[in-house]
Write a protein of this length. Structure first.
Lengths: 116, 115
């Protein structure tokens, strides 16, 4: 089966600019996650979707970050305006069912964002 | 609140030697525990998971981990390291506290394998 697709793989922008990332989950996966992975740290959940509804966005900096999952398939994550501390790898993951996490989360290769 | 602590940001072993990566969890209720591996410039891949069945869990690539409630540990082991095992390893936890909805990762351990 095709894996989780993310684009772009790399992005370099200046602070205060805006940027968007795209994720296409594995076909049939109802749950989609966006994680932020800062260098030297583990992934931190930013937002979780169940179909096209938000399950958890408690750690999403809503003053600058936004995410949507139209039609319950693809998702975009946007940062506007970007700050230096947003430099990180942004990982998208999907799973069949999030109810018990008995289904594994499948991760994309991530987008590496560098802020100048 | 649930959390995991990975002791040692870097572990170095020789090829053929035992691999031991440590993970201790904190959860007020019995958790589910996971080990993920991340190769350079790639996403995370599930190695194995503990979901309250057998306490000794076998995963892919010859790795296994044992859930020890008395020690609140879930250490990852492999009897004989291969060069291809060099990567970053993450322990993660979820629990009924979050309805098993949220996965919390440790800070990771980088495994270095020398010839």
């Amino acid at each position: 089966e095709a894996g989780v697709a993310q684009s772009p793989r790399y992005k370099i922008i200046e602070k205060r600019q805006s940027v968007a990332f795209w994720c296409n989950p594995i076909s049939g996966h109802a749950t989609l996650y966006w994680y932020q992975q800062i260098l030297g740290q583990g992934p931190k959940l930013l937002i979780q979707f169940q179909n096209n509804g938000v399950v958890d966005d408690s750690q999403l900096p809503k003053d600058r970050f936004s995410a949507e999952r139209l039609k319950g398939v693809d998702s975009t994550l946007k940062i506007q305006p970007a700050k230096l501390e947003d430099s990180a790898v942004y990982l998208c993951a999907s799973s069949l069912d999030s109810g018990t996490l008995s289904w594994p989360q499948h991760f994309g290769d991530g987008t590496r964002l560098s802020i100048l | 609140a649930q959390s995991v602590t990975q002791l040692g940001s870097h572990v170095s072993v020789s090829e053929g030697a035992l691999v031991l990566l440590r993970c201790n969890y904190s959860s007020s209720v019995p958790p589910y525990l996971f080990w993920y591996v991340q190769y350079p410039n790639q996403g995370l891949q599930l190695l194995l998971k503990y979901t309250s069945a057998a306490t000794l869990v076998k995963g892919i690539n010859g790795f296994e981990a044992e859930f020890k409630k008395s020690e609140t540990s879930f250490h990852l082991t492999k009897p004989s390291a291969h060069m291809s095992d060099a990567a970053e390893y993450f322990c993660a936890v979820t629990s009924p506290e979050t309805g098993f909805q949220k996965l919390v990762f440790g800070t990771g351990t980088r495994l270095l394998v020398s010839p």
